[in-house]
Structures are given as C-alpha cells and as structure tokens.
Ligand binder design. Structure first.
Ligand code: HEC
Length: 126
C-alpha cells in the first residue's frame, strides 16, 4: 500500500516539524517582542546599546534574569507582555540578549527552564 505509506510518513513528517518549530530562537523572540522596549529603553528598560548597564546584568546571572523576565520586574511586564511566548522562548531571548554583551551561554535546557519557572512563581508571591 504505497499510497497509505506516503500519507503516514507525510503526517509524521509534519508532526515532527511542528514539534521542532515550537520554540523560537532567542534572536527571533527579541526581534518580535523584546525589541519594543529594549531597543529604545522606554520605561527605563536596559537598552541593548547600553553596554555598561548590561555588564552589570550579565554579572547578576541567568538565575536572576530569566525569572525576572518570566515574572516581570517593576515596569517590565511578565514575558514582555507577550503571553504567547513559552518559558523556553523567554529564556532563549534572555540568553541571546546576555550573549550580545559578553555572556557565553548555551541554549537553555528544559531542566533549567523548569527551575527558572519555579523561581519566577516564587517571586510573584512577594
Ligand atoms: C513593555 C516594555 C518591555 C518589553 C516588551 C520587554 N521588557 Fe524587559 N525590561 C523592561 C523594563 C522597564 C526593564 C527594567 C526593569 C527594572 O529593573 O526596573 C526590563 C528589564 C529586563 C531584564 C533585566 C531584569 C533584571 O533582573 O534586572 C531582562 C533580562 C529583560 N528585561 C528581558 C526581556 C525579554 C527577554 C523580553 C522579551 C521577551 C523583554 N524583556 C521585553 C521592559 C520591557
């Protein structure tokens, strides 16, 4: 039954493409969402061109920055006000931003993202 075989592999191919396409890379997330504030620095967001301010942020480390981006901090809304982003995508964007300023972090693992989500949820209660 070659036709059915084709259908089955076609459907499987689509399913796996969708799976791998699920989480956007950091640069894309930045350009679609975070850029709105972090390019111009509105609301006192750390501008991407502000090397000095980012140097300090890089030193705070991902365990501080990612939960802040997930939960929101002062005028920074949770997930940059884009609830369609997955936790992984927000983490990817933070890593990308930090890596523009001397950070050398790899794409976060699902385990890291889970730990950051737990920290973000604890922050929200304060
Ligand atoms: C609506 C404007 C806005 C958008 C959109 C936005 N941010 Fe922010 N962001 C801010 C502001 C304002 C701050 C500064 C918060 C403060 O420290 O007062 C900030 C701070 C941060 C920080 C530093 C947090 C810390 O611990 O000091 C990170 C990391 C960050 N944003 C990541 C992101 C990411 C990733 C996105 C996109 C998914 C994003 N932001 C989208 C406004 C925004």
């Amino acid at each position: 039954m070659p036709f059915i075989h084709l259908l089955a592999t076609g459907a499987l191919g689509l399913a796996s493409t969708a799976l791998f396409a699920a989480d956007k890379p950091g640069a894309q997330v930045y350009n679609e969402t975070c850029i709105v504030c972090h390019n111009t620095g509105i609301l006192h967001a750390p501008r991407m061109s502000d090397a000095k301010r980012w140097q300090k942020l890089v030193q705070e480390g991902l365990d501080e920055l990612v939960p802040a981006a997930l939960a929101g901090i002062r005028h920074m809304p949770p997930k940059g006000a884009n609830p369609n982003l997955s936790d992984q995508e927000v983490a990817n964007a933070v890593v990308w931003m930090v890596n523009q300023h001397g950070g050398q972090f790899a794409t976060p693992t699902p385990e890291q993202v889970k730990a950051w989500r737990a920290r973000a949820d604890r922050r929200k209660k304060h």
